[in-house]
Design a protein around this ligand. Structure first.
Ligand SMILES: *Cc1c(COP(=O)(O)O)cnc(C)c1O
Length: 356
């Protein structure tokens, strides 16, 4: 047998959020993947359908229309952008361009489950720094974990799955304290849902620190998870390296067209984001009133730190038609979805014993 490289056997599996199990007489809700519960905007869908009519042709490998629209929106050069099949792909691209065996990548844990997968796949070594009891990055411990072998630090803000976001002052101080030859990746997948004092201004960080890389996605606030498109904003050298290692023609024409149409429809899309944030607030109020607590959520999801009750609670929610995302033995992540889903979730919480 031809063997893959040894580290390939070490790659942890990705556990995708499950679909709800059908329950006769019950509407079910998928709260397991932090997806946007709204259906596509009619105009975006029509644009995507039009693009699909040319599926016999390769997409624009240069993503020209998308880069132009993003550059205008963000006030950066098109050479500072790199698009890929979701921002997850950009993590792979970044690690393949900057890391190999012997290099270290520092990240918080529990954080985004794709990080250890991508790091292991690159051959590098992940260094996991535990989040605090309230689900925040421990930036002092992360700074202390940086060694001369560290090539990349991944910051996830808001942190998936625990919920809290970092402040601008925190990230700025962290970046100031880290060597210029370490890339600091700020994964902003949930940027649009942040409502807090002193939110991270990633573009300002990038202007003063060329070793900062911002990762953004159309999957969450923009509701295009199924089309797979995200992007990095970085120094032109870094963005060039990311484009160089990307799969040719990775981002489909349908995804490119839908992303451009979505950027033109931000007013409508962000009104939906505002509704989801209001729903998040209503969910947190219900959770608190039921005697439970969650770390401050700044994304479109909440985290129940329920340890060894995780499987039991996931089953209880599942039986009630709510698919949530259990992390075995650690906790449950529940996405903010339809108001009926919020009501059902809170109703269940009211009927069961909160953790001591
Ligand atoms: C959902 C998510 C992403 C984005 O994934 P895509 O590949 O763009 O769909 C990136 N980072 C985090 C932390 C996420 O939760």
């Amino acid at each position: 047998m031809v063997e893959p490289l040894p580290h390939v056997r070490e790659i942890p599996p990705y556990v995708p959020g499950k679909l709800p199990v059908a329950r006769p007489g019950l509407t079910t809700y998928k709260l397991s993947s932090n997806e946007n519960p709204y259906p596509p905007l009619a105009g975006v869908l029509a644009t995507a359908e039009q693009a699909a009519a040319a599926m016999n042709r390769y997409p624009d490998m240069g993503c020209v229309a998308l880069y132009d629209a993003l550059a205008t929106k963000l006030g950066v050069g098109t050479d500072q952008l790199a698009a890929a099949t979701g921002s997850v792909a950009l993590i792979y691209h970044l690690l393949s361009a900057y890391c190999g065996p012997g290099d270290e990548v520092v990240h918080a844990w529990r954080s985004f489950e794709a990080y250890p997968i991508a790091i292991t796949a690159s051959g590098a070594t992940g260094v996991k720094v535990p989040v605090t009891a309230d689900g925040r990055h421990d930036l002092a411990a992360m700074a202390a974990a940086v060694t001369e072998r560290t090539r990349v630090v991944l910051l996830c803000t808001p942190n998936n799955p625990t919920g809290p976001a970092l402040t601008h002052a925190e990230v700025a101080a962290f970046v100031d304290g880290v060597s210029h030859d370490v890339l600091v990746v700020v994964d902003e997948a949930y940027l649009e849902f942040v409502r807090m004092a002193d939110p991270v201004d990633g573009l300002a960080l990038l202007r003063s620190h060329p070793n900062v890389v911002l990762l953004r996605t159309f999957s969450k606030a923009y509701g295009l998870a199924g089309l797979r498109v995200g992007y990095a904003v970085a120094d032109a050298d870094v963005a060039g390296a990311l484009r160089a290692v990307s799969l040719p023609f990775g981002v489909s024409s349908v995804a490119q067209a839908a992303a451009v149409a979505s950027l033109a429809a931000v007013d409508e899309l962000f009104a939906r984001v505002d509704s989801l944030v209001a729903e998040r607030d209503r969910l947190v109020a219900g959770i608190t009133a039921a005697g439970w607590s969650v770390p401050e959520p700044q994304g479109n999801f909440v985290w129940f730190d329920v340890g060894d009750r995780t499987a039991e609670l996931a089953a209880t929610f599942g039986d009630a038609g709510l698919a949530v995302r259990p992390f075995a033995g650690e906790g449950l992540r529940v996405s903010v979805g339809e108001p009926e889903a919020t009501d059902r979730l809170v109703g269940i919480l009211e009927s069961i014993r909160p953790p001591a």
